[in-house]
Design a protein around this ligand. Structure first.
Ligand code: ZN
Ligand code: ZN
Length: 238
């Protein structure tokens, strides 16, 4: 078998593994040849991601042999045969997404279009990674911080008084700019679901900075989306 892992090629990230799984599922469990167009396309894409800047300069980094090898690993997890080289990430991604090909498709497409938008923007810390991977997490955070979106949300909520939608924190005693400084916009829908459409008020929740940090960390550590009701149960003491 061809040498693929090379020396010091970094571990596959969550979003890289999702992209590989997407290809695996498209071929219905048959691993295409490393000479095929689809493997070579995925190899090119992975080599262009804003990860592993130094490693990506190595010709062995995510080369077609490496991508083919990863697809074989995924097949090993999927079939339970020959698990010698399978990583924890392979197992985890298969457990989460192996039976959900349509969702994998949507996330993979969103990652691919996200790459173009993200450019060289810095990626969030690994501890902040949402279930869709770090590239889409970067886009998610950017969307939430968009001043227009924040303004739209604050204007809407001002009518009933600014209040955290998880812990109910409100400080009507403070003047407006100070009150506003407590709150952040939180996007409730995964990017792979909203696609390219404009953000609507119903996609958003107004959260205090503390609850916002907590709900993101809880989603990252549980590797799944958490809604406001569940977040309230986690965050607000019973
Ligand atoms: Zn709060
Ligand atoms: Zn958020």
């Amino acid at each position: 078998m061809a040498r693929t892992q090379g020396h010091g090629n970094p571990n596959w990230t969550r979003d890289e593994t999702i992209l590989a799984l997407d290809l695996y599922l498209q071929f219905d469990g048959i691993v295409p040849s490393t000479k095929s167009e689809s493997i070579s396309e995925l190899s090119k894409l992975l080599r262009s991601l804003p990860y592993h800047a130094e490693a990506a300069k190595q010709p062995t980094f995510r080369n077609p042999d490496g991508v083919g090898f990863k697809l074989m690993n995924i097949r090993q997890v999927a079939t339970g045969k020959g698990l010698g080289n399978v990583s924890n990430m392979d197992r985890q991604i298969w457990a989460e997404f192996g039976q959900r090909p349509e969702e994998v498709r949507l996330i993979a497409d969103a990652i691919k279009s996200g790459i173009i938008i993200n450019g060289s923007e810095q990626l969030p810390e690994i501890e902040q990674e949402l279930p869709e991977g770090r590239l889409l997490t970067a886009l998610h955070i950017r969307r939430e911080r968009n001043p227009k979106i924040r303004k739209m949300l604050l204007e809407d909520r001002r009518r009933s008084g600014l209040r955290c939608e998880i812990c109910d924190l409100a400080r009507p005693d403070l003047d407006e700019p100070l009150q506003e400084s407590i709150f952040e916009a939180h996007h409730l829908i995964p990017l792979s679901e909203v696609g390219e459409r404009k953000t609507k008020l119903s996609d958003l929740a107004l959260l205090c900075a503390c609850c916002h940090r907590l709900i993101h960390r809880a989603m990252a550590s549980k590797t799944r989306w958490i809604g406001l009701v569940e977040a309230r149960a986690i965050i607000v003491p019973g």
